[in-house]
Design a protein around this ligand. Structure first.
Ligand SMILES: Cc1cc2nc3c(=O)[nH]c(=O)nc-3n(C[C@H](O)[C@H](O)[C@H](O)COP(=O)(O)OP(=O)(O)OC[C@H]3O[C@@H](n4cnc5c(N)ncnc54)[C@H](O)[C@@H]3O)c2cc1C
Length: 281
């Protein structure tokens, strides 16, 4: 929650304030616009979908078939392949935002947000301005911040140490031996990219193949449908059991660096809520 000075002037926003101009924030703004509701998108970077424009390696493609991760109301062009490339995705989301006339305020980092109970408004502060609205949507991303575990000896390591979000391509690693930590989508693709750039990657895999990769391998294209069905029919219990069976918890770094499994997952939290958010504003 934020603390605000008495003299600060707040600009009243018609409709919700949306924090984050990634695919989620843009999609929320588009759905609202479609229903005639204005909104204000505040984005800390200088473009929409900054994760994809600034923090994704060159060879990345969607990891999920395009039909299953398209944004609402306007799908991918038919000419796009099943797994669109980075530039195709950026072009899609740019034309999506243009189509709905979504114009975020760029270079605005939301520093705090607080709810004023008496007036029933959210007060949101960026480095340059203050805004207030009855509604606040936080779409700041689940992996917008890189997580780099503490690796003993890294402080004296003389080679290059980069997080996947800073990796662009294997050019600077030609002929070098590279350790890739993690064999999720990014780790796998970056290892392949390193091979394609004549370097020698070694993968450090924390454990067995994770449950969702197993489901993908067994069900191929239908894997994501199976995952969605599992979530719908039985809360997230089956997913958690599968995850435990394949032991997919992070094991690199100290205890505080590891991603802790939450006690409750989104579907479980939603079921506990006494009142669900209204479908329409
Ligand atoms: C390599 C890779 C491959 C992926 N492949 C797929 C795929 O195939 N299909 C799929 O559906 N998903 C995929 N994802 C998941 C990816 O997270 C989503 O595609 C998508 O980017 C999530 O959108 P988002 O808007 O929720 O979050 P983000 O894209 O992270 O956007 C959040 C935005 O909020 C902004 N922000 C954060 N904090 C603040 C603040 N305080 N003030 C203002 N702005 C702020 C950030 O700058 C960012 O622009 C992939 C991710 C990666 C890294």
């Amino acid at each position: 929650m934020g603390s605000f000075g008495r003299d600060e002037v707040f600009t009243k926003v018609e409709g919700p304030i949306i924090v984050g101009g990634g695919p989620s924030g843009i999609a929320v703004a588009a759905c609202l616009k479609h229903d005639g509701i204005p909104s204000l998108v505040l984005e800390r970077n200088d473009c929409i979908a900054s994760l994809w424009q600034h923090k994704a390696y060159d060879c990345v493609k969607l990891h999920i078939p395009k039909e299953l991760c398209e944004l609402p109301l306007l799908g991918y062009p038919k000419s796009y392949p099943k797994y669109p490339t980075k530039s195709q995705f950026i072009s899609y989301i740019t034309s999506y935002a243009d189509h709905f006339g979504i114009k975020p305020l760029f270079n605005q980092t939301v520093e705090s947000a607080g709810f004023e109970v008496e007036r029933g408004v959210w007060r949101v502060k960026t480095q340059d301005g203050c805004y207030e609205s009855r509604w606040l949507v936080v779409a700041s991303g689940e992996n917008a911040e890189p997580l780099v575990p503490k690796i003993p000896g890294s402080e004296v390591f003389e080679g290059t140490l980069v997080h996947a979000s800073e990796y662009k391509n294997g050019d600077e690693f030609r002929g070098k031996r590279v350790v890739v930590i993690g064999c999720g989508n990014s780790g796998m693709e970056i290892s392949l990219d390193l091979c394609n750039h004549d370097s020698i990657p070694f993968m450090v895999v924390r454990n067995s193949v994770s449950y969702y990769l197993l489901i993908y391998i067994v069900f191929d294209y239908n894997g994501i449908i199976v995952l969605r069905a599992l979530i719908c029919i039985n809360n997230t219990t089956i997913i958690i059991i599968l995850s435990k069976l394949t032991n997919s918890k992070a094991k690199v770094g100290s205890e505080e660096d590891r991603c802790r499994q939450p006690y409750l997952y989104p579907v479980g939290i939603e079921r506990l809520l006494p009142v669900r958010p209204p479908a329409r504003l």
